[in-house]
Design a protein around this ligand. Structure first.
Ligand code: ADP
Length: 397
């Protein structure tokens, strides 16, 4: 039995989950939030209890130190060297990484070189990795990339129709995101596809960030997110795919530059922008059910975009055997699943059991009936276990 820490560092946060491997038992989990502030929040969940503390956390290295001290204080570990490996989520692996990589100097340099493609994310991941390295210098680490699973796409699915020299010179292409989640879902989905040769799968990771993938024989064929996580379906605050001239015209009308509008398209659009109410689907659904017209429109847009991508991928795969819903909205919102399935049922012959669908919140199961031409399942995603597995398999096995 070996303890492995899965880490997801953001610009002002650090999420962690400590596993006993290879049993995959979660020992504890938690998050340091508002890093850089005097009133940062450190939360750890252990043995069914939640311990939350407000305290100054200057930087990520301090957060890691607090985490390790907590593990000792709660007797979760007797000494630091019980932690045998760490695994770090990295959003952008660019063209370099088609699978996870041991965190050596070369990996670090490549992740650093990709910062322009994911400025907020990759920079923060490196800060998180270096913080662990500072406090646990001897503990080996792996980098697990959100983009790696999508590297099996063919050029026709990832090249943008811009001047080709831009594609070549600047590596501008569709990289996708949430790859670790889509890969997890594809693996978990195998149990529903045992009698199918060459299974075709459409995985819908619908949370505040959202993406849809087309998967054949366990490999990603197409995915909705693009060069950055702004592309694809509409999201909580992001536009998803739109005509690029909308960007230019909004800049002109609002007298803003491309950077300002890019921020607005990332942070003030999507469900929030259209509804004017919230980026949280719960608030938007509530307002919609109370008769708010803009909330209704916002939700219709979201459902339409999801349905359109499912249709597109049905064609891309030459059919589909299973559609999977996952992440915050996909796992917990039967309303959204029902609306999406209603939008595609006539074309694709999908029939869901509405009672079964209503019962499934945050739990796994099929929601389609025997008569449905395509199975539909809810599968809660687990990106952290994928990180812990790679760390264990690559470093400790
Ligand atoms: P991310 O990891 O991208 O931040 P999550 O996958 O955690 O996002 O999803 C968060 C979103 O899930 C919330 O913004 C909320 O809209 C949605 N969500 C969570 N629970 C429910 C629910 N019971 N009903 C509808 N939406 C929900």
């Amino acid at each position: 039995m070996k303890k492995v820490m899965a880490v997801n560092a953001g610009s002002s946060s650090l999420k962690f989950k400590l596993y006993e491997m290879p049993e995959e038992t979660v020992i504890c989990s938690g998050i340091a939030e508002r890093i850089g502030h005097d009133d940062a929040i450190f939360t750890i969940k252990y043995n069914g209890e939640k311990d939350e503390q407000i305290l100054p956390i200057k930087d990520h290295a301090v957060a890691v130190q607090i985490l390790l001290d907590k593990l000792l204080e709660k007797k979760i570990i007797a000494s630091y060297d019980e932690i045998k490996a760490t695994g770090h989520r990295i959003v952008q692996g660019g063209k370099y990484f088609a699978s996870s990589a041991v965190f050596d100097k070369d990996t670090e340099d490549k992740i650093e070189s990709l910062i322009p493609l994911a400025p907020l994310h990759n920079a923060a991941h490196l800060v998180g990795f270096r913080a662990f390295k500072k406090v646990l210098p001897e503990v080996p680490a792996v980098a697990v990339f959100d983009t790696a699973f999508h590297q099996t796409m063919e050029a026709q699915d990832y090249v943008y129709p811009i001047p080709y020299e831009y594609t070549e010179k600047y590596d501008i292409r569709r990289y996708g995101a949430h790859g670790t989640s889509h890969q997890y879902l594809a693996q978990e989905a195998e149990k529903y596809l045992k009698d199918v040769n060459h299974p075709r799968l459409i995985t819908c990771h619908i949370g505040s960030g959202a993406s849809i993938s087309a998967i054949k024989d366990g490999k990603c064929v197409a995915t909705s997110m693009g060069l950055t996580p702004l592309g694809g379906i509409m999201m909580g605050t992001r536009t998803g795919d739109i005509d690029p001239s909308v960007m230019k015209y909004c800049c002109f009308c609002e007298n803003k530059d491309a950077e300002e509008m890019f921020q607005i398209f990332n942070k003030k659009s999507g469900l929030l922008g259209v509804s004017g109410i919230s980026n949280d689907s719960r608030d938007v659904i509530k307002a919609m059910n109370e008769g708010d017209e803009r909330a209704k429109l916002a939700y219709q847009l979201l459902v339409r975009r999801i349905a359109d991508f499912i249709g597109q991928y049905f064609v891309r795969l030459g059919g589909a055997d299973l559609i999977v819903f996952s992440a915050g909205i996909g796992e917990n919102s039967p309303e959204t699943r029902e609306l999406v399935c209603d939008a595609i049922s006539e074309a694709l012959g999908i029939i869901i059991d509405k009672e079964l669908n209503n019962e499934l919140r945050g739990k796994e199961g099929l929601i389609s009936t025997e008569e449905s031409k395509i199975k539909v399942a809810v599968i809660p995603t687990d990106e952290e276990i994928m990180i812990a597995r790679d760390a264990y398999n690559m470093l400790l096995k």
